[in-house]
Every structure is written in C-alpha cells, then in structure tokens.
Design a protein around this ligand. Structure first.
Ligand SMILES: O=C(O)CCC(=O)C(=O)O
Ligand SMILES: [Fe+2]
Length: 255
C-alpha cells in the first residue's frame, strides 16, 4: 500500500489510507473554549505540508472592511492556500471529526500554510470578522473555529509563539512546557511554537441575550484576540484550519 512507504517529498496519490490520529488533547480554557492538541500532525504529514507549500508562499494579505485583500505591515508573514491531496484531505477530516463529526466538509476553508522568517509576525487580530462583506453567505458566514497548527519550527527558534493577550496566564506550572511562563502576567498567554502541536479555539459565542441551545445569533468573542509574535531567530511554518458557520460556495473551497 502507498500509505506506509510514501516518502515525504512524493505525495501519495493512490490508495492512501488516513493514518490513525496520534493526538492527545488538553482543555486549556472552557470559556472561551481553547484546546491544546499535542501531536495533531504525524511526522510524515508535517514533512509533506512542508514540501507541498515550499515555493508557493506569497506575502500574506489581510481582508479590509469591504472584504478586499491587502498587504499590510500588521501581517509580514508569507502564506499559501493548500490544494487538497490525500494527505491534506486526511488532516481536514481529522479537523472536522475533532469538532464532533457533524460538520460537513463544505464548511472548511482551504488550509492555509503560513511561513515566518526573521522578524516576521502577525500583529494582534481576531480570526472572526466584523464586516458583512467578509461574512457573506457565499463564504459561509463568519469563522466559527480556528486551529493554529505548528507544522515545523527550526531547532534554534526564538520567539514565534502565539500570544492571546486577553487570556489569563495558567496557574499550574505543568503548562509551562507548551506555554511561555517567562512572560509577564499582564501579557496574557503565549503558546510556544512546538512542531506538530496545535491550538484550537472557538471564535463565536452566543450573542448577549440570545436564547436557545446554541441555535441563536452568534457574535465574535473578543477574548480570542491573538498574535503571531515576531520570530527573533530561526523560522516557523504554521497552518490555519478555519471552519465557517455555514458552507462555503464551491469556488471558495479547495476541493
Ligand atoms: O503565527 C501564529 O502564531 C498565529 C497566526 C495567526 O493567528 C493567523 O495566521 O491567523
Ligand atoms: Fe489568527
């Protein structure tokens, strides 16, 4: 079978069976919901993502209030959308299954790889949008959830963590393996860029006064504000997995 023997640089194309996932999970916060996921990617998936994204990176853009994409000094990394292939597809399936099996694939944006070299960063932002132009029904409404996956990080990396400035630092030092506990208490929470691990969070919460079991109107959760801190040494490759509230039209999907 192609699954066991495929080398990282040659994407398996036939008879590829998704590997059993190796991840474990740890709830970091229940409100807002933030889950830390060690080993979200297998080693060969990480190498595969590295190889299919290499050479495709372009300066990252951000969307303005009208939905138009622009380069901006607030996001200096380089990124690329990943075309779905058997390995990418398994990662997509895993991200959907993680969220309870009931989310159709049509709600996933194309996976986005993000490359940071020296001094590159993504300043504080939310992944959810505030303007109607960016949350049109064609694009599936707003971003319900986010995974930020650390695909790889050079051995010498300094900086490059993901900081949530509005969250409270964890009290238990058991978190210090994955969270930078050297940061000040007023700096919130910074997850370290540890290869193959991921952070998952929910972006949208029930609107104040909304009734019913999660069926009502949702609004973006400001507490999910976060930043990709500048890489001070080395390099980092990350990946965004965004699930919309509804289905994206076919032209906005990867497959
Ligand atoms: O690089 C990071 O740690 C976070 C990146 C991020 O938040 C994004 O691309 O939306
Ligand atoms: Fe983000």
């Amino acid at each position: 079978s192609a699954s066991a023997s495929s080398s990282p640089s040659s994407p398996p194309t036939q008879n590829y069976t998704c590997p059993s996932h190796l991840y474990t999970i740890q709830i970091f916060s229940s409100d807002p919901l933030i889950i830390y996921i060690p080993q979200f990617l297998t080693p060969s998936e990480a190498s595969h993502l590295e190889s299919i994204s290499t050479g495709h990176f372009q300066s990252s853009e951000i969307a303005d209030q009208t939905g138009a994409q622009h380069h901006a000094s607030t996001r200096t990394s380089r990124s690329t959308s990943l075309l779905s292939d058997p390995v990418v597809s398994c990662i997509e399936e895993r991200a959907l299954a993680f969220q309870g099996y009931d989310i159709p694939r049509s709600r996933l944006e194309p996976l986005q790889a993000v490359q940071y070299s020296l001094s590159e960063e993504y300043r504080p932002h939310t992944d959810w949008f505030t303007s109607a132009a960016q949350t049109r029904p064609e694009v599936g409404g707003n971003r319900a959830t986010s995974f930020f996956v650390y695909v790889s990080a050079s051995a010498d990396i300094v900086g490059g963590g993901t900081q949530f400035p509005l969250l409270e630092a964890p009290r238990d030092e058991k978190w210090c393996g994955v969270v930078n506990c050297d940061a000040g208490w007023d700096e919130g929470v910074t997850f370290r860029p540890i290869a193959r691990n991921a952070v998952f969070w929910r972006n949208m919460v029930d609107a104040p006064g909304a009734k019913g079991k999660g069926k009502g109107e949702k609004v973006g959760d400001r507490r999910t504000l976060h930043a990709g801190l500048p890489v001070q040494r080395g390099r980092k490759l990350g990946m965004n997995i965004w699930t919309r509230e509804g289905a994206l039209d076919g032209v906005y999907r990867s497959a």
